[in-house]
Write a protein that binds this ligand. Structure first.
Ligand code: G3I
Length: 361
């Protein structure tokens, strides 16, 4: 019997014994993406590069990688006058060896900041500190980065400002112009990298996501109209499987507006949190795969969407097991490969969505 991929996905989802004994598929995400001129990849934490089964999987499946933590201020700029590129250089070298592109994450964020910064930054010197950091870090990797997350997560509607900007230390020190400073400095440091604004909670059906979409759109529209060199939107896509399907209509309208601004789009941190589902593994895997499929079929129909990265590739390593564990203590299963690096229904859902997508130029 020959099964179509769609049937196979459903079949595997309903049959846990098959998903656990089925090893690597002959077609990889990387190869399927290449046929459509679409980059596919994953976040990488430095420690995982010591695991041969992991590096084999990453090499086979990814045409683009991003460091999960090592390019953030705290790690790459640990002291005011000292930069530490050791871990991120190792990933960039791994990628070069395997003909993979690299995303840079990130140059300006409210989180994972070095403590030295807080002790010396003032409204007078903060713009220079930001410019110098960007010149050093983006300059170090000039010409080797596909796209930089120049500013990460600047919007937090819950903070109550009319413009939706997060009340971060950057905003406190410099006001809203800190985004302009960051993008302008990044353009100066690396004229080839695609300069990206990256954020979360933009995808699903809820008043919270709708409010955030409006604020992000307002921000991007304002930057474009003032000639600030923002070139792409990163949709983090930390999604939730709730058992209640999304209709994605607010998301589609939002993407239409982003398209009209002429920005490229990347899915930068895709994973699907299964905490709200019952414990049964096959049910969880099927529900997670359904969200992957529904979501990717939407975004991949747009040719302005140029890359899809998951936040980790295997359930062996996901930030989702750190901070908010499942109430029943079971490990979460948010990624396309399981902890033994075997493909899950989410992998087949990704493959099917990529294969159904139009080719990019
Ligand atoms: O490496 C240290 C270890 O030495 C120490 O023993 C341990 C004790 O807590 O901490 C380890 O560092 C942790 C690091 O992850 C590496 O595992 C940090 O505490 C922890 O805060 C850090 O979390 C990262 C988080 O960003 C920081 O906010 C996650 O790995 C990373 O996946 C997550 O990624 C973010 C993106 O950058 C932006 N979008 C959301 C996404 C998920 O939160």
């Amino acid at each position: 019997m020959v099964l179509s991929r769609r049937t196979f996905t459903k079949f595997v989802a309903a049959t846990p014994a098959i998903s656990s004994c089925y090893s690597a598929s002959s077609e990889t995400l990387r190869d399927a993406g290449a046929k459509k001129n679409l980059l596919i990849g994953s976040a990488v934490s430095f420690r995982q590069l010591e695991r041969p089964d992991y590096t084999t999987l990453l090499r086979e499946q990814a045409s683009i990688v991003v460091s999960e933590n090592d390019m953030k201020w705290l790690l790459i700029h640990p002291e005011a006058e000292r930069y530490d590129f050791a871990h991120s250089d190792a990933l960039v070298a791994f990628a070069a060896k395997n003909n993979q592109k690299v995303r840079g994450h990130n140059l300006c964020w409210h989180n994972q900041m070095s403590t030295w910064f807080q002790s010396i930054a003032t409204p007078e010197n903060a713009a220079d500190l930001l410019r110098r950091h960007i010149a050093e870090v983006a300059g170090h990797y000039r010409g080797r980065i596909h796209s930089w997350d120049v500013v990460n997560e600047a919007i937090n509607v819950d903070d109550g400002r009319p413009d939706g900007l997060r009340k971060s230390q950057w905003l406190n020190l410099l006001g809203p112009q800190y985004l302009d400073v960051a993008f302008t400095a990044a353009a100066k440091a690396d004229g080839q990298a695609i300069l990206t604004y990256n954020d979360y909670d933009l995808e699903q059906d809820s008043p919270k996501h709708e409010g955030k979409r409006a604020a992000v759109l307002q921000l991007l529209t304002s930057m474009k109209s003032r000639g600030i060199p923002v070139q792409a939107l990163g949709l983090q896509a930390h999604l939730h499987a709730t058992g209640k399907p999304d209709n994605w209509s607010g998301f589609e309208r939002f993407l239409d507006s982003v398209d009209k601004l002429g920005l490229q789009m990347f899915i930068t941190e895709l994973d699907v949190d299964d905490s709200e589902l019952p414990g049964d593994v096959s049910e969880r895997d099927a529900a997670v795969a359904k969200v992957y499929g529904d979501f990717l079929n939407r975004v991949l129909s747009r040719k302005s969407l140029k890359a899809v990265l998951t936040w980790g590739i295997s359930d062996a390593n996901t930030w989702l097991n750190g901070r908010h564990p499942r109430p029943d203590g079971l490990r979460k299963r948010p990624l396309p490969f399981d902890a033994e690096m075997k493909p899950k229904p989410a992998f087949y859902a990704m493959l099917e969505a990529i294969n159904s997508a139009p080719a990019r130029s």
